[in-house]
Design a protein around this ligand. Structure first.
Ligand SMILES: *Cc1c(COP(=O)(O)O)cnc(C)c1O
Length: 371
């Protein structure tokens, strides 16, 4: 079996984990947490970073920290993970969807302005699979309508847009360190920002809004969460951040290998390798079956699994989620590309531990199955 993802720990991970155990620093007050935050902030080019328990929590924190709540609207893509929409819903605000481009997988920038109303507070942009969202027009809209930007860069560690790092564009930007991300802490996430007040607010919300005054420690003015990252997790993350350039190089190498080996399969669309503003970082290698091909993604994935090839379907669009329909959200709305991406798309093994031999094997089997 070639799994869809397998992480790779070939740096100082063990050394740093040992240090946690030997020093007794396993909790969130340990030195690796601060160091990981500082190094991420400096790598992405932000003033502040707040490490949290996962990317989903990072989004929830971001929405609440920006003061978004009941009667506010936030625009986001229909084609994304549920974490994005649920962060908005849980804050009591209304998620407003736009469709995505079928080939970049990213939200259609030209559809955003039509969705702006007097209630709109923010645009949640999500960079999907490997190419960044076209940021310039969105930054202009944000300025014109005085909107906040929440940037979900969970899949984009090290990716750039016109030379500037993803994760540096949002009023708040977030990363995930789930095991299939470029950097993993097992579970983990981070929020980044430049505004000091926002930073203080995020730290407070992360830590149950304990009072800063030691005499009033257990007296709370507000409700937060416990979203603290442990020193053990940060130790893992820090070790990988030290070799992020190698990680990105490997991801792009995997992507280019697949491009070369799969280019002759006529019935599939391969991901876009380059746009005007970026080079694909191939977080995952996502392909779509052309319209005329008689089978859908589900059927092809089942066949591939018989050959021992791990795959994952694309995201199921937000407007089709039963949980949101029951809440009366997105009823009778249509986002045809998001729907088609789910029906036609899947991704193939793209984890950091993937070997050349495995890439060749996956490619041969794809040729066989899609003949
Ligand atoms: C992985 C991911 C998340 C969620 O991160 P978790 O750490 O798994 O909670 C959010 N947004 C996007 C785009 C992701 O890919």
């Amino acid at each position: 079996m070639i799994p869809v993802n397998e992480p790779l720990f070939n740096g100082k991970e063990k050394e740093y984990l040992n240090e946690c155990i030997e020093t007794g620093w396993v909790g969130s007050d340990g030195p690796f947490v601060r160091k990981f935050e500082e190094n991420m902030a400096s790598y992405i080019g932000r003033r502040y970073a707040v490490a949290v328990t996962n990317g989903t929590a990072a989004l929830e924190l971001a929405v609440v920290a920006l003061g978004i709540g009941p009667r506010d609207e936030v625009i986001l893509p229909a084609f994304t993970i549920i974490s994005c929409a649920q962060a908005i819903v849980k804050a009591g605000a209304k998620p407003v969807l736009v469709d995505s481009d079928y080939y970049t997988f990213n939200m259609k920038v030209e559809d955003i302005e039509k969705k702006i109303t007097p209630m709109t507070k923010a645009i949640m942009i999500v960079h999907i699979f490997g190419l960044p969202v076209d940021m310039d027009p969105i930054l202009e809209l944000a300025k014109k309508y005085n909107l906040k930007i929440i940037e979900d860069a969970a899949e984009m560690h090290g990716q750039t847009y016109n030379g500037k790092k993803c994760g540096s564009f949002g009023d708040i930007s977030i990363f995930s360190f789930y095991p299939n991300k470029h950097i993993t802490t097992g579970e983990g996430g981070m929020v980044l920002m430049d505004d000091e007040k926002l930073y203080e607010r995020c730290k407070s919300l992360r830590n149950l809004c304990f009072s800063n005054d030691p005499k009033k420690r257990f007296i709370h003015e507000e409700i937060g969460w416990n979203l603290r990252m442990s020193n053990l997790q940060a130790a893992l993350g820090l070790a990988q951040l030290e070799r992020i350039d190698k990680i990105i190089e490997k991801k792009r190498w995997i992507g280019r290998k697949y491009q070369e080996l799969l280019k002759d399969i006529e019935v599939i669309n391969l991901p876009i390798d380059k746009t005007d503003y970026s080079e694909n970082i191939y977080w995952v290698f996502g392909i779509t079956l052309k319209d005329y091909y008689p089978k859908n993604a589900q059927e092809v994935m089942e066949e591939l699994s018989k050959y021992g090839i791990g795959t994952r379907p694309f995201f199921y669009p937000m407007h089709k989620q039963p949980v949101f329909s029951r809440m009366g959200l997105f009823l009778n709305e249509n986002y045809p590309n998001a729907e088609k991406l789910y029906d036609r798309g899947f991704y193939i093994p793209s984890g950091l531990a993937l070997t050349e031999e495995q890439i060749v094997k996956v490619s041969e089997i794809l040729h066989e199955v899609l003949r």
